[in-house]
Design a protein around this ligand. Structure first.
Ligand SMILES: [Zn+2]
Length: 312
C-alpha cells in the first residue's frame, strides 16, 4: 500500500500482484483527521472504563475482606462463648460428681448408724420403742422428689442434691439421737452375781411385815462385790441415809435414772460421767438392810419400773 498526498486529500494506492491493476483510494484529509480523533476518543473512553472497572473491583474486594473479617470475628466470639459454656458445664458436672460422692458417703454413714442402732443391746419394752421409731427409711432419701423450680435440668439436679444432703443430715441427727437414747438405756446387770432375792412389786416388808411396794430388785452378793453402771450417764447423786444406806443415782438421759442402794462404798463423785459397765461402788448392807445385797431400781420419768425388763 502506498500513500500519495494531493491538496486536501490523501490518495492511497493499492498495489496487488503484478498481473492485476493498481487501484487508488482518495480520502479527504478532514475525514481522515475525524477518524483519527474518534479513534483517540474511543481509546480514552476504553481506558477510563477499565480504570473505573478496576476501582469497582477493588472496592468489592475491600468489602469482601471486611465481611470475611467480621464473620471470622463473629465465629471466634461464638467459639469463645461456647468454650465458656462448656467450661461452666464441666464445672457443674464436676460439682455434681462431688455431690454424688458426698451423698453416697452420707448414705453409707446412715447405714452404719442404723447398723449401730440395731446392734445396740436393749431389753426393755420402752426401749424397744426407741428402735422402732428410729428407723427412717433410706428409700425416703433416695427417692426424695424435691420441688423443682429450675428450668435448667443440671440446676435442678444440683438443687435436689442439696436438698438430699439436708435431709440426710436430718436423718443422721435423728439416728444419732436414737443411738444416744439406746446407749444411755440400762441393758446389763449391775452385779457379777445374778441372784435375785426379792422382786419388784408388792411384798411383805422384811422389817415390819407390812404389805408394801418394793420399787426395785434385790440382788444377792458378797460384801465389796463390784457394782456397775448399767448404762452411760452422769452421777447425779452420791449419798447416805438411814433408809437407802450409801447410794448412787445415775441420770442416763432426760427419761431414765438408775438407783443403787445399800452400798458399802461409792467410788464415784457427783457430777462425773460414767460409761456402761464402769464400776461405781462396792456391795454392802448399809441402811435398811438385813444382809449384803444390792437394791437396784430403774426410774422412767421418775416412776419406778420393773428392772427385770431391762436385764439381758
Ligand atoms: Zn430392795
Amino acid at each position: 500500500m502506498k500513500r500519495k498526498r494531493s491538496k486536501g486529500t490523501f490518495t492511497f494506492m493499492l498495489v496487488p500482484n503484478a498481473d492485476k491493476e493498481v487501484r487508488q483510494v482518495s480520502i479527504h484529509s478532514l475525514l481522515l483527521y475525524s477518524m483519527f480523533v474518534i479513534l483517540v476518543i474511543f481509546i480514552c473512553i476504553m481506558v477510563i472504563w477499565q480504570i473505573q472497572q478496576k476501582k469497582d473491583m477493588n472496592a468489592q474486594i475491600v468489602q469482601l475482606n471486611q465481611d470475611v473479617k467480621s464473620q471470622t470475628e463473629q465465629y471466634f466470639n461464638t467459639v469463645e462463648m461456647k468454650n465458656e459454656e462448656i467450661e461452666q458445664l464441666q464445672n457443674k458436672i464436676n460439682f455434681l460428681s462431688n455431690q454424688t460422692t458426698e451423698i453416697e458417703q452420707e448414705i453409707e454413714e446412715i447405714k452404719a448408724l442404723k447398723r449401730q442402732l440395731e446392734q445396740s443391746p436393749t431389753s426393755g419394752i420402752e426401749l424397744q420403742s426407741y428402735k422402732d421409731t428410729a428407723t427412717p427409711n433410706l428409700m425416703d432419701i433416695v427417692t426424695y422428689e424435691g420441688e423443682i423450680i429450675q428450668s435448667d435440668p443440671i440446676e435442678s439436679i444440683l438443687l435436689s442434691a442439696q436438698q438430699m444432703e439436708a435431709i440426710s443430715d436430718e436423718v443422721k441427727a435423728q439416728l444419732k439421737e436414737q443411738i444416744e437414747k439406746v446407749e444411755s438405756a440400762p441393758s446389763i446387770w449391775p452385779t457379777s452375781t445374778k441372784s435375785i432375792t426379792s422382786n419388784f412389786g408388792m411384798r411383805s416388808d422384811p422389817f415390819t411385815g407390812a404389805y408394801v411396794m418394793h420399787n426395785g430388785i434385790d440382788i444377792d452378793g458378797v460384801t465389796n462385790d463390784p457394782i456397775y453402771a448399767t448404762a452411760k450417764g452422769t452421777i447425779t447423786a452420791v449419798g447416805n441415809d438411814n433408809s437407802r444406806g450409801k447410794y448412787v443415782i445415775i441420770t442416763h438421759n432426760e427419761d431414765i435414772k438408775t438407783v443403787y442402794m445399800h452400798l458399802n462404798e461409792a467410788v464415784v463423785e457427783q457430777g462425773s460421767t460414767v460409761t456402761k459397765g464402769q464400776m461405781i461402788g462396792k456391795m454392802g448392807s448399809t441402811g435398811r438392810s438385813t444382809g449384803s445385797h444390792l437394791h437396784y431400781e430403774i426410774q422412767i420419768h421418775n416412776k419406778a419400773v420393773n428392772p427385770l425388763l431391762y436385764l439381758p
